[in-house]
Design a protein around this ligand. Structure first.
Ligand code: ZN
Length: 379
């Protein structure tokens, strides 16, 4: 335990700004497990599992409810489990089992659309959940075809230990520094303690803004920055383009990241280049379905991001065609008729990590970045 505490001292992060030189990965002390991250396939929803080195688990979102994400039947009858099919809940439980997770310490429900909150109640009936983190006990979308996931989650939430996230809050998952950067329409307003945070962002000068689309629940998304040693991952749920803009303009409040979990499945209502190109991620992971997200314009923005080495996708995008999909080994699923293959990332505290495509066993190592103190980049 002492070793882990040392590796996670905040002072290490302060002295670790972004640098561009790669170096050979330094092995972690013997016996120290990696941080494992599983990017599950929920056919265009989200479910991302973090298992910390000491075994605590955090699930970010719960996929579609039992109707397999198909449009609700006339009259909105396709409630959670009504079909008897629990595809995404089954996929999540299968991965929890292979990761030896028997208790979920935290379930973050980024927002209450069905592709994120869909199995919150279902999972609570299958596995102990110690804490829920969400944006609060309301939803701004009350239409019959939109409110189902919230309605199913509410009774569970009332009985559970649920915390309403506020920007700047820390989710105390062991070994990691998990920070809330957005929640309930609010954003952090000061630079994070992170490499390159606080730096002026030249991409703001010509940045475009977009009109808010008519799905305001996305605006409420809980967004998080996950840090483990020198490693940082950004996941903003389904936050909107203009909020992404606010997080990085006129200065970049969130800093640099190693991994960008694409906002909103690769839908063009998110993916502002002033953010995607400013955070310097080496790897992007897109939680798209074959026909959800995976927009060619979004894909191109990510593809052109400075410093990006690889763009992994949960699915081949039908809209992306030949020109806007990554090479096949980086795609977890090639069609909707699949077995829900996941991507697994194992992260070491030095910032090096390994990505594995569960479909074909393809694995790629990413060496730790060389980092040296640079007062101008700290904040
Ligand atoms: Zn979504």
């Amino acid at each position: 335990m002492e070793r882990q505490t040392f590796l996670l001292r905040p002072a290490i992060a302060l002295l670790a700004p972004l640098a561009l030189l790669a170096q050979a990965p330094q092995p972690d002390p013997p016996g120290l497990k990696p941080l494992d991250i599983y990017f599950l396939d929920t056919e265009g929803g989200q479910a991302t599992l973090f298992v910390s080195p000491s075994g605590q688990a955090m699930l970010v979102d719960t996929g579609f409810p039992g109707n397999q994400g198909m449009p609700a039947a006339a009259g909105g009858a396709a409630a959670n489990g009504a079909s008897g099919i629990t595809r995404d809940a089954d996929r999540i439980m299968a991965v929890l089992k292979l990761a030896n997770v028997t208790v979920l310490d935290y379930v973050v429900v980024t927002h209450y659309h069905g592709d994120h909150a869909g199995n919150a109640a279902e999972l609570a009936s299958r596995i102990p959940i110690r804490h829920f983190i969400d944006h609060g006990p309301y939803t701004v979308e009350l239409q019959p075809n939109r409110i189902g996931a919230f309605v199913s989650y509410q009774p569970v939430r009332e009985k559970a230990h649920a915390t309403t996230a506020k920007p700047g809050d820390r989710i105390p998952l062991a070994d990691l520094d998990v920070r809330v950067v957005s929640s309930a329409g609010e954003l952090i307003t000061k630079p994070m303690e992170a490499p390159a945070a606080g730096a002026a962002n030249p991409l703001c000068r010509d940045a475009k803004l977009k009109d808010q689309d008519p799905t305001p629940e996305n605006f409420e998304s809980v967004g998080i920055a996950v840090q483990y040693g020198n490693f940082r991952l950004l996941d903003l749920g389904d936050l909107t383009w203009n909020q992404e803009h606010q997080l990085v303009c006129p200065s970049n409040l969130i800093g640099a990241f190693d991994v960008f979990h694409t906002t909103r499945h690769g839908d063009p209502h998110a993916g502002a280049p002033q953010l995607v190109h400013a955070i310097g991620a080496r790897v992007a992971v897109m939680n798209n379905g074959e026909r959800k997200g995976g927009d060619p314009e979004y894909w191109q923005i990510v593809h052109e991001a400075p410093g990006l080495e690889d763009f992994w996708q949960i699915h081949r995008s039908a809209a992306g065609g030949a020109g806007h999909n990554s090479p096949e080994q980086f795609l977890a699923n090639l069609s909707e008729v699949d077995h829900g293959h996941y991507l697994k990332m194992s992260v070491r505290a030095d910032g090096s990590f390994t990505m594995t495509n569960e479909r074909n066993g393809f694995t790629k190592n990413y060496a730790a970045r060389s980092r040296k103190p640079d007062a101008s980049a700290r904040r």
